[in-house]
Ligand binder design. Sequence first.
Ligand code: 13P
Length: 286
Amino acid sequence: MVGRVSREPADSDKGRVSAQRRQDTRQKFVVGNWKMYTTAEQAGRLAKAIVEGVGIDDRVSVAVCPPFPYLALVGEILKGSRVALGAQNLYPEKEGAFTGEVSPTMLLDVGCKYVILGHSERRHKLGESDAFINQKIGVALAAGLRVILCVGETSDQREAGRTEAVLGRQLIKGLAGLSADALAHLSIAYEPVWAIGGRGHHATPQQAQESHAVIRRRFGRMFGERAAQSLVIQYGGSVKPNNAVALLDRHGVDGALIGGASLNADQFLAIIRAGINEPKTRGEQP
Ligand code: 13P
């Protein structure tokens, strides 16, 4: 059982939260992280179905992040649509003798606009440090890519009441040395590690909103209130059509980074509609 968020907003924070609601005009951003899934044939079919289903309503920005080998193929299908292309990682050098790695230049060359960095699967399964992620963010932004930085606590950290400290550390170290101007092209995905992968947990809308407020407050202390108010913060971790409306309805939850459900075009499109908040979506509770 996952513990509750370590603190309720203090009275002094409540004023700030309601001020934030009044200014909450950020465009929602829904991204599919296909992780290490799909064949070329499946990737092409999925991309086509998303392009056909996404429509022209641009109230929600949309991107998909296929595995490296299918970026070019999916990029061709997305051309002329309002679905942007993103990658799941990069190596922080322009080129060089780095066997097996992929540079920001290469990603731009195949049409990527976004790159996901700091995903918990890379932090925990591949041992990526905050310092290495920081280096990647700097190089990606300088190259002209938009960065989706993932942060989030493990269940042990949450149960120990360390959520806020962990998020703070990931932001301070991950964004060290970067300027507010450079960070105009950065969004953050709050992905609690315990909620990823559909193992039965997803953060409640309240938990997501509280952690998003922690991230925005910390970001504001680092880069100023204006930068914090325009920062897009997505939630990621078992987002499905049946919980997307409740999550995306929360002020300060500016979109979603979706794993499993993004591999199914119908589910992904339903989550995008939840972001648009069409009345008919509200009745969709499979
Ligand atoms: P799931 O939606 O499968 O839980 O994955 C979330 C995620 O890790 C997206 O980056």
